[in-house]
Design a binder for this molecule. Structure first.
Ligand SMILES: [Zn+2]
Length: 486
């Protein structure tokens, strides 16, 4: 690769340090690379390298192998469990084995939760067991379970609108069917806040239709929250096919009574870690492209699509660049975030630890929507960098990737970084089957297709390399922070 001479390199670094000293962050004007006569687009040679990465990384199967290793050697890794600790140890040793220049971990502390027994059955009029799971954070039922009649609502909205006298003493059943992957945001509030809405009206428990698009007998877990000042009640989800069956029972017009038994409980405070690996940049090592996924999973499956895939995509993208000795100017930092599932704890801890250095982030993008392929690339950068984004999109177009807008969301653990002013990219993953498997026992490695995950890993490799090599700072800092508020 083209290298600048030592003295030019020093000049660039010292200009950056000067800018930090003067303004507490990179002043956009003070960036030496933007003076007249300096390229603000990628060179022909850089574009050729990027195209080579695209084609060669797609033939590389490392992301698949990393995911095979994580799901086989660690398996379920719910935050705060022994699996969490094993995943942290796995990640540290995997980064080292893959030849990353620097590997470290940063602590993330959160309240932990344990699952315990989870059982439900219809007691009358048609007794039979149901496939259910406790929602994350749920309290337990009394020791031998609780029995009450069900009251069905088509959505959280309908529950909120209903009179309390119809609900008092009953188990609320929210039967909101998720039709496709675009409806997650529409349906998931019933999971997260249904319990407190139901409890406010005197319900003794809540059981929801799983938030998922499959028609298998697997319930989907996921986190829920208790509102302060409202009594907590047990919260569970039943499989989609059980929800259909229970709805058919209710339609027959007689009271349908359900027995629910959960022994889940809060489990004290736990400290896990964001595990971080870096490929050090050749000229601007203090600026970095941030990619990653979340290391924790739910406990029912082995977290292959959520989010072992994201971890494997990001790790393999950076490793590909390292292995092929094509180090870009800036550092590529891979963060495997702790405990995303129960409240974005890893992302929040990362922001707190690095808030003073937002301007060092050249670009941020997290993979957390399955195994790919990537279908669209959008950005959130200052206007001067848009011609570079356009070039990145052109390099990626042969992979079937559309060009998106300049209002990208970088992923759950990086969302707050964008709000704090980090230049961000959204590499949209195809999610048509994602919510069939998400948070179920069926989220396992056999669902992974090499061609899909390899395309995603190649996309991340191209994105990370081009962003890290770009002749312009993408604008992380106060200017982009302000743009968020417009
Ligand atoms: Zn996830």
């Amino acid at each position: 690769m083209r290298r600048l001479t030592g003295s030019t390199s020093f000049h660039l670094v010292s200009m950056c340090l000067l800018a930090i000293g003067l303004s507490g962050g990179f002043s956009l004007q003070a960036n030496s690379m933007e003076k007249p006569g300096v390229n603000t687009i990628f060179s022909e040679r850089e574009l050729q390298t990027a195209a080579w990465i695209r084609d060669a990384a797609r033939q590389d199967n490392l992301s698949y192998k990393i995911l095979e290793s994580l799901t086989t050697e660690v398996g379920p890794r719910m935050a705060g469990t022994p699996g969490d600790a094993r995943a942290v140890a796995w990640a540290e040793s995997k980064f080292k084995e893959l030849g990353f220049d620097k590997v470290w971990k940063e602590p993330v502390t959160f309240p932990s939760w344990k699952r315990g027994v989870e059982k439900a059955e219809i007691v009358s009029p048609f007794p039979q067991p149901l496939a259910i799971t406790a929602l994350g954070n749920s309290i337990a039922t009394p020791d031998n379970g609780l029995v009450a009649d069900l009251i069905e609502f088509a959505s959280l909205k309908d529950l909120v609108a209903a009179p309390p006298e119809k609900i008092k003493g009953k188990i609320v059943f929210i039967n909101h069917k998720m039709q496709n992957s675009n409806e997650y945001g529409l349906v998931v509030p019933g999971r997260s806040s249904g319990a407190s809405e139901a409890a406010r009206k005197g319900a003794v428990a809540i059981i929801i239709r799983s938030v998922g698009t499959d028609s298998h007998r697997f319930p989907h877990t996921g986190v829920m929250r208790y509102e302060a000042g409202v009594p907590p009640i047990p919260a569970a989800a039943m499989s989609n096919v059980d929800a259909d069956m229970v709805a058919r029972m209710i339609k027959r017009g007689k009271p349908v009574s359900l027995k629910l038994e959960l022994s889940s409980s809060a489990n004290g405070s736990y400290t896990s870690y964001n595990v971080i690996g870096e490929i050090t940049g050749s000229e601007l090592p203090n600026e970095y492209v941030l990619i990653g996924g979340h290391l924790d999973s739910w406990d029912l499956g082995t977290g292959a699509i959520d989010d072992g895939a994201g971890c494997a995509i990001a790790m393999s993208a950076a490793e590909f660049i390292q292995r092929n000795r094509i180090k870009p100017k800036r550092t590529i930092r891979v963060v495997l975030f702790a405990n995303e599932e129960q409240g974005l704890f890893g992302g929040k801890a990362y922001l707190e630890a690095h808030r003073q250095q937002i301007s060092r982030i050249q670009a941020a993008a997290e993979a957390d929507l399955g195994q790919g392929p990537v279908t669209k690339m959008s950005s959130f950068v200052r206007a001067e960098a848009l011609p570079l984004v356009k070039q990145m999109q052109m390099v990626l177009a042969p992979l079937g990737i559309e060009a998106g807008d300049n209002n990208a969301f970088p992923g759950p653990d990086m969302g707050d970084l964008r709000l704090a002013g980090a230049a961000s990219f959204g590499l949209a993953l195809k999610a048509d089957d994602y919510f069939d498997l998400h948070h179920t026992p069926d989220d396992t490695f056999d669902k992974i297709e090499p061609a899909r995950i390899n395309q995603a890993a190649a996309t991340y490799a191209v994105f990370a390399w081009m962003a890290a090599q770009a002749p312009l700072h993408f604008g992380s800092g106060p200017e982009l922070e302000k743009l968020n508020k417009k």
